[in-house]
Design a protein around this ligand. Structure first.
Ligand code: 5AD
Ligand code: SF4
Length: 440
């Protein structure tokens, strides 16, 4: 059986948020460092890592069906299966019992131990590690070697906010900030490896702190890397926004005019039941301050419809908030009960049909605003960062400062900054005509 010898090839499948994508990249680097090769597209791998997400929907069920599929497809030579990520953290023990095909289960704070766990599985054991040590993981990971034009850098993990619907404080643990020194080093390495844009990641990215230094201080320090052209960050919490961060949007040209600031609902009663500790009005006032600092800032957010007890009138308040903001882009979800969270056992669970209808109405409003935002760009000239080739020959894809995808034709190199004129706009992307190139 393939399972009981050391795997030579691997595949990491990441689901969910950008932090999982980052973790997936780091796991792949770790496995490559151990001497394994990434399995080519279309070929079966000796080791499959399912890097799972637990935030919404039937994540756990999906994992079990993925495991079943892998075991079946492998026939008498099934791959070694590793379950990583937040489902592993939340359901580690249960996975081991329910899915004998799984060799190892590893939580998001323990994946630096993958190599030794793989060795144990190769010796015929099964291994589980869902410990949550603070900050040990990053020190144990190999140095980064490759980066695209745009790279992720996790600066902060975990969450202390305990929104009543959310599983993150339980799966990712308490808020921790990675050290300034380590972050600056990793940022330098990513830039040397080709990154021209860094997206700083964290569940509450703007809660990052070290001593007297706040998140804005970190942004300013990273902005000093000469080859680096752009900085982004996600996801922010309204309560951790400081005057310094708002000012950074006015003072740091490399900080892109984009803000993802989840609000979840426009109703103060629902926000209170969610334990969000901000009101619709305090959120709007915060956005006003960002807009005063950086008038062209593109705003994004997250919404949940059908939180337990949400009435029609409360949902209408969410639509009013959307109208007041005019988001450039946003994410919206139906409430999904997470076992173990306070909201899962609250009275007034909203019927599925009601949630469906509310989500449709909300998304229609958000799509309308997104298209309006994109259309307002037509005729403007802006700088785009070239990320990759497009689908059609001669076509390339880059990102505008406001995070829109821009298609254009030309002969650029990945990582170039080009000035383009926006000549067309759709709901999800812009068309550009390239004008001139600025060597980074
Ligand atoms: N149900 C639906 N959406 C959720 N989110 C978090 N937990 C849940 C849940 N139980 C959404 C929030 C959050 C985003 C990452 O996912 O909008 O901001
Ligand atoms: Fe979850 Fe709230 Fe923390 Fe965001 S702030 S990760 S929604 S608990």
């Amino acid at each position: 059986m393939r399972q009981s010898r050391t795997p030579e090839t691997f595949r990491v499948k990441s689901f969910g948020c950008q932090m999982n994508v980052y973790d997936g990249e780091r796991m792949a680097e770790l496995l490559a460092d151990k001497g394994m090769r990434a399995a080519p597209e279309g070929e079966e791998a000796d080791l499959v890592v399912l890097n799972t997400c637990h935030i919404r929907e039937k994540a756990a069920e999906k994992v079990y069906s993925d495991i079943g599929r892998l075991v079946k497809a492998g026939g008498d030579k099934p791959p070694m299966i590793a379950v990583a990520g937040c489902v592993a953290q939340a359901e580690g023990e249960e996975i081991m019992v329910r899915a004998p095909g799984v060799g190892l289960v590893v939580g998001p704070q323990a994946y630096h131990r993958l190599p030794e766990m793989i060795d144990r599985v190769a010796r015929g054991e099964r291994a589980a590690d869902t410990d949550m040590p603070a900050d040990a993981k990053f020190a144990a990971l190999p140095q980064r070697r490759r980066a695209g034009a745009s790279a992720f850098l996790t600066i902060q993990e975990g969450c202390d906010k305990f929104c009543t619907y959310c599983v993150v404080p339980y799966t990712r643990g308490a808020e921790i900030s990675r050290s300034f020194k380590d972050l600056l080093r990793e940022a330098e390495i990513l830039v040397e490896a080709g990154a021209r844009e860094l997206t700083l990641l964290g569940q509450n990215v703007n809660a990052w702190t070290e001593g007297d230094l706040g998140f804005d201080g970190l942004i300013k320090a990273i902005a000093r890397l000469p080859q680096l052209q752009r900085i982004r960050y996600t996801t922010s919490h309204p309560n951790d926004v400081t005057e310094g961060l708002i000012r950074a949007h006015a003072e740091v040209p490399k900080l892109m005019p984009y803000l993802h600031l989840p609000v979840q609902s426009g109703s103060d009663r629902v926000l209170k039941a969610m334990n969000r500790s901000h009101t619709a009005d305090s959120y709007l006032r915060l956005l006003d301050r960002f807009r005063a600092a950086r008038p062209d800032i593109a705003l994004s957010g997250d919404f949940i419809v059908g939180f337990p007890g949400e009435t029609d009138a409360e949902f209408e308040a969410t639509l009013r908030l959307v109208d007041a903001v005019g988001y450039a882009q946003a994410y919206s979800f139906k409430y999904s009960p997470r076992p173990g969270t306070p909201a899962a056992t609250m009275d007034g669970q909203v019927p599925r049909e009601v949630m469906d209808e509310r989500l449709q109405r909300l998304q229609a409003a958000l799509n309308r605003d997104q298209l309006a935002f994109n259309r307002a760009c037509v005729g403007k000239t802006c700088e785009i960062l070239v990320e990759r080739k497009g689908k059609r020959p001669g076509q390339w894809l880059g990102k505008s400062p406001w995070l829109q995808s821009v298609h254009f034709e030309g002969e650029p190199a990945i990582g170039d900054l080009l000035t383009v004129e926006i000549v067309g706009a759709g709901p999800n992307s812009l068309a550009g005509k390239s004008a001139e190139r600025r060597a980074p």
